[in-house]
Design a protein around this ligand. Sequence first.
Ligand code: PLP
Length: 396
Amino acid sequence: TMMNPYMQETEKALVHTYNRFPVIFEKGEGVYLYDTEGKKYLDFAAGIAVCGLGYGNPELTAAVKEQTELLWHTSNLFYNASCGTAAEALKKASGMDRVFFTNSGTEANEGMLKAARKYAWKKKTGRYEFIAMEGSFHGRSMGALSVTEHEAYRTPFEPLIPGIRFAEFNQLDSVKALINEKTCAIILETVQGEGGIYPATDEFLQGVRALCDEHDILLILDEIQCGMGRTGEMFAWQHYGVKPDIMTSAKALGCGVPVGAFLMTERVAEKSLAPGDHGTTYGGNPFVGAAVDTVLKMMERDRITEHVKEITPYLEQKLDALVEKYDFLTARRGLGLMQGVVCEKPVGKIASAALEHGLVVITAGADVLRFVPPLIIGKEHVDEMAEKLDAVLAEM
Ligand code: PLP
């Protein structure tokens, strides 16, 4: 497919920060998308791990519609009827104690950086350094970018926040070597997403938790991509028998309604952000609160994590068969419905060809095909994906 005149006009109107695929999606239903030409696509991207409950879910749509008819927005100077229930539901799902709602994942990560700094400041520890991970992605704002280890994303915007060091992901000794009396927090994605789909090993995450306990350092987990049921637990860290001191969520938290959150334990909250320290105009307004509340209710009621656990081995088996069949596919890795296949042929070209075949898949890092479908997929959708992808790969 080619750029049509609307796409060309769009490119003139927007800041050119994305090289978009030449398709205009118009409608979604379940795990399928439809473009303006009426062509149907099986979606294994979910808007980059956002639309966990798929597209056009009648119950979620009705809940959001009901709230928008009642009240969209007031401000955080007042209470509203949905952000409290949404916060309670999120506390219950995570076992964390306090929630701050934001508008995006990036903003949630900005908040967690400030929460950790405030905790160290209040305790008069003199600590301010962060240890983050090689291959990390936490967002594009100056703070979130400062803990994102991706040279091309960082270089044009330097200098970034000082006092940040990068350890090798899944190498405990590398983290240990960077800890000093100034270390305030260690930040990682439980499953690295943009960096190429790398789940933390048990040994690593449990080891980092132990190091944090030993040295009075905060453990911060970014669950923006891997959280909200995606890996078969509501939050990926729940697989590991550890608990963070601060965590962030977004993406599937609103299943497409723009909302994020950072959460902390009471121990942190007691010594962290207080009135005047932090704020946001939109965060936790009635509109997004209704979405979060409904998403969490639906995921719990429909046992979404059980479903993910059930369907995952089937997806893994189908992907493994393709890795077996094609020489240029060299490995599969992932956790639950967050899977990556390492590919020695240009992954962007494969994603484009997949679109032609009516399949949406995206990439991660330079050489990984990423599979982050809506969590509601069934075996028939896995079969359809594998068939379509097989046809695409055969042409490569
Ligand atoms: N953290 C992780 C792990 C992410 O995958 C992303 C987005 O891709 C972000 C943070 C940034 O979130 P947002 O794009 O909502 O600002």
